[in-house]
Design a protein around this ligand. Structure first.
Ligand SMILES: Nc1ncnc2c1ncn2[C@@H]1O[C@H](COP(=O)(O)OP(=O)(O)OP(=O)(O)O)[C@@H](O)[C@H]1O
Length: 601
C-alpha cells in the first residue's frame, strides 16, 4: 500500500474543469447557427422549426438535470413547459403584463409545481414516480381544457406579443431566434457547470447509489426535490419563450405526447450531457422534416429510426461520440493531464478525552415480522478503540449496523452517538454527527471518478473544512493519499480492481472527518496481502483516535486489530469482552462449532 506524501500541492487542489478540445469548434458552430437566417434567405417555416428547437431545448435541459444527473423519471415536463407558456400568454394578453413580469411568474409557477410534485412523490421511485408524473400531466391537460374561464379552454390564447430587449422590439423572427438561442446557451452553460458543484455531485451520487449517498451525508430527498424544481423551472423558461415566439398557445401544445417527446429527445441525444439533450432536441425536431419525402411510411420510418438509435446507443448519440473521442484522446493525452501524486496529509486526530462511550445501543430491537433479527441488544463502544461485532451468518450483524446507521428504524430501543439520541435521525443527519460507514457489498458511485466519490463524502454537513471546492478536493485527495490511492484520483471508479474499490469506500468515509467509522466486512473478497494492508490501515486509523465498529468474519484479522468483541447469535448478545475472554467463551465456541458442524453435515 502506498504511503501518503505529506506535501501540499496547491495546483492539485485547484484544478479547474477541463474543456474538451472539441468544445471550441462545436461552440463556434453553435454560435453561428442562429445567425444563418441573417446571411442566407430562410423562410418562415424553417425559422419556426429553429425557434421550436431552441425553446424545446431549454425544457429538455431540465430533463438532463432530473433524469440524466439525478436518475429520476419525469413524464410531466410538458405540463411545466405549459405553465411557463400560459403565464406569459395570459399574463401579457389577459392581464396586460409586460413579458418581463410574466416570465418570472411563469418560472416561479413551474418551479413551485415541480417543488410540490417532487416533495409529495419523490419518496416513491421508479414506476410509481412515472405514474404520478403522468397523472400530474393528465390533470394539467384537464385543467387547461376545462377551466375555460381562466385558460380560455381548447381555443387557446392568441395574439401573444414578443418582448423588447434594451428598447429593441424582438418582432423580427430572426432577432427573436437569436434571443432564444442566447437563453438556450446560457442555460446550457449552467447545466454543464452544475455537475462540478456540490449540488451536482450530490445529484449524480443519488443517481448512482441512493443509499450510499444518503449514508455519506447527502440529504437525498432534498436533492431530488431541488432537481425536480430546477427541471421544472427550466421547462418554465422554455415555455415562456415558446409562447412569445409562436404568439398562440393551446392545451394541445403541452399534452402528454409532448412530455414523451421531451423524454425521447433527452434519451436520444444522451440524457447525462446537456450537449446530448440539445443534440437530441435538434434531431427529433428535424428528423420528421428529413423523412417527409417517405410520405405514407414516414411515421413508421421515424419510429424505427428512434428505436434503432435507442437500442444501439443506450447512452445516446452524444454518449457514443464522447466514448469514441475519449478513445482517441487517451492515446494522445498530454503529460500535464497526469494525476496529482502529492497531497496533504490527512488530518484525522480525534481527541480521546472523554470516558463516556462514543456509541451506545440501548435495548435495541429490529424485527422483520416474526424474525427477531436484533433482539434487546445492549452495546457500549469506547472511544478510540476497534470494536468488533461477530457472529454466525444471519445472526443480525448487518441489521445492527443498518439500524445504528439509520437505514432501518428500530422496532424498539435507543441509539446514542456521542451522548446524542439519534434513534430517529436520517442517515445523512447521522453522517453530519461524524458517523460514516462502508458496506458489505461495496456501494460506490460507479460512473464517478475516484476523486468525485471521495469528495461526496467530504461534502457532508458540519465537516470542519473551509468552504469551497478547493478544500473539498484537498480533503478528498488527502483521504485517498491515506489509503494509498491518490494516484488513481482521476480514474472512473468502476474500472478499479475490487480491493481498490474497498479502499475508495474507506477513503470516502474518512473524508467526512468521522469520529466513528462503521465497517461491514471490509476484508471480504480481499487476498492475503490486501488483508495485511487493511490491518495496517485499521491500526493507523486507531492510532489517530478514530473509533472503529467493525463486522468481520476473518478471525485472524479480528485478533490482530480488535480491542473489544461483541458476539451475536440469533440477534442476541451472547458474549462481550476482550478477544481473549470472548474467543474462549463456551457460548461462542458452541455457536461457531454448531455452524461448522451444520456446514459439514
Ligand atoms: N430486510 C429484511 N427483511 C426480512 N428479513 C431480514 C431483512 N434483513 C435481514 N433479515 C433477516 O434478519 C436476520 C439477520 O440478518 P443479517 O443480514 O443482519 O445477518 P448477518 O449476521 O449480517 O449475516 P451475514 O454474516 O450472513 O451477513 C436473517 O435471518 C435475515 O434473513
Amino acid at each position: 500500500m502506498r504511503q501518503p506524501t505529506a506535501v501540499l500541492d496547491p495546483a492539485a487542489a485547484r484544478q479547474p474543469p477541463r474543456l474538451p478540445v472539441m468544445f471550441y469548434p462545436l461552440a463556434l458552430l453553435a454560435l453561428c447557427l442562429p445567425l444563418i437566417p441573417y446571411v442566407f434567405s430562410v423562410n418562415h417555416y424553417v425559422l419556426n422549426i429553429f425557434m421550436q428547437a431552441a425553446t424545446y431545448g431549454v425544457a429538455v435541459l431540465g430533463m438532463t438535470v432530473v433524469l440524466g444527473y439525478t436518475g429520476q423519471i419525469n413524464l410531466a415536463q410538458a405540463a411545466f413547459f405549459g405553465l411557463g407558456a400560459y403565464a406569459v400568454a395570459l399574463g401579457t394578453v389577459a392581464y396586460n403584463l409586460s413579458f418581463w413580469v410574466a416570465l418570472p411568474i411563469g418560472i416561479a409557477l413551474a418551479a413551485l409545481a415541480g417543488f410540490v410534485l417532487g416533495l409529495t412523490t419523490l419518496r416513491l421511485g421508479g414506476h410509481y414516480l412515472a405514474m404520478i408524473t403522468i397523472s400530474f400531466q393528465q390533470i394539467f391537460d384537464l385543467v387547461m381544457v376545462n377551466w375555460a374561464d381562466v385558460t380560455r379552454g381548447p381555443d387557446g390564447v392568441a395574439g401573444i406579443g414578443r418582448p423588447s430587449l434594451f428598447g429593441y422590439q424582438l418582432t423580427d423572427d430572426r432577432a427573436y431566434l437569436v434571443f432564444c438561442a442566447a437563453v438556450l446557451y446560457l442555460m446550457l452553460f449552467f447545466v454543464w457547470w452544475l455537475p462540478r458543484t456540490r449540488l451536482g455531485r450530490a445529484m449524480r451520487a443519488v443517481r448512482e447509489n441512493e443509499m450510499a449517498a444518503e449514508v455519506s451525508g447527502v440529504p437525498t430527498l432534498m436533492i431530488k426535490v431541488i432537481a425536480f424544481t430546477l427541471c421544472a423551472a427550466l421547462a418554465g423558461i422554455g415555455g415562456a419563450l415558446y409562447a412569445a415566439g409562436f404568439a398562440y398557445v393551446s392545451p394541445d401544445n403541452f399534452n402528454f405526447r409532448v412530455s414523451v417527446d421531451f423524454l425521447t429527445m433527452a434519451l436520444l441525444g444522451g440524457a447525462q450531457s446537456p450537449f446530448g439533450s440539445a443534440l437530441g432536441t435538434m434531431l427529433l425536431i428535424l428528423l420528421p422534416e428529413w423523412l417527409r419525402f417517405l410520405k405514407e411510411i414516414y411515421l413508421a420510418a421515424y419510429g424505427l429510426a428512434v428505436i434503432l438509435i435507442m437500442v444501439f446507443m443506450p447512452e445516446g448519440i452524444w454518449g457514443i461520440g464522447k466514448a469514441l473521442w475519449q478513445n482517441v484522446s487517451r492515446r494522445v493525452r498530454r503529460p500535464e493531464e497526469a494525476v496529482p501524486e502529492r497531497v496533504d496529509a490527512l488530518q484525522l486526530d480525534v481527541a480521546v478525552t472523554d470516558a463516556s462511550p462514543i456509541l451506545h445501543l440501548q435495548n435495541l430491537k429490529k424485527h422483520f415480522g416474526g424474525v427477531k433479527a436484533v433482539d434487546d441488544l445492549d452495546i457500549k463502544v469506547r472511544r478510540g478503540t476497534v470494536h468488533a461485532l461477530i457472529g454466525p451468518n444471519g445472526s443480525g450483524k448487518t441489521t445492527t449496523l443498518n439500524v445504528l446507521n439509520g437505514i432501518y428504524m428500530p422496532t424498539g430501543g435507543t441509539v446514542f452517538v456521542d451522548g446524542r439520541d439519534v434513534t430517529h435521525a436520517a442517515p445523512h443527519v447521522r453522517a453530519s454527527h461524524g458517523v460514516s460507514r462502508t458496506f458489505q457489498n461495496i456501494r460506490l458511485f460507479p460512473a464517478l471518478s475516484v476523486l468525485e466519490n471521495v469528495m461526496v463524502g467530504a461534502q457532508r454537513a458540519n465537516n470542519p473544512i473551509a468552504p469551497g471546492t478547493a478544500s473539498l478536493r484537498a480533503r478528498a485527495l488527502a483521504a485517498l493519499g491515506f489509503v494509498g490511492l491518490a494516484h488513481q484520483a482521476n480514474a472512473i471508479v468502476r474500472n478499479l480492481p475490487y480491493g481498490h474499490q474497498r479502499l475508495v469506500e474507506i477513503a470516502r468515509a474518512l473524508a467526512g472527518h468521522p469520529k466513528l467509522i462503521l465497517l461491514d466486512e471490509p476484508a471480504a473478497g480481499l487476498n492475503q496481502t490486501e488483508k495485511q494492508e487493511l490491518v495496517g490501515l485499521l491500526k493507523r486509523l486507531r492510532g489517530h483516535g478514530l473509533t472503529i465498529f467493525l463486522i468481520e468474519h476473518d478471525m485472524g484479522l479480528i485478533q490482530q486489530v480488535a480491542d473489544h468483541i461483541t458476539v451475536l447469535n440469533f440477534g442476541k448478545k451472547i458474549a462481550d469482552g476482550t478477544p481473549e475472554e470472548v474467543l474462549r467463551h463456551p457460548e461462542v465456541i458452541k455457536a461457531y462449532l454448531g455452524e461448522a458442524a451444520n456446514a459439514a453435515a
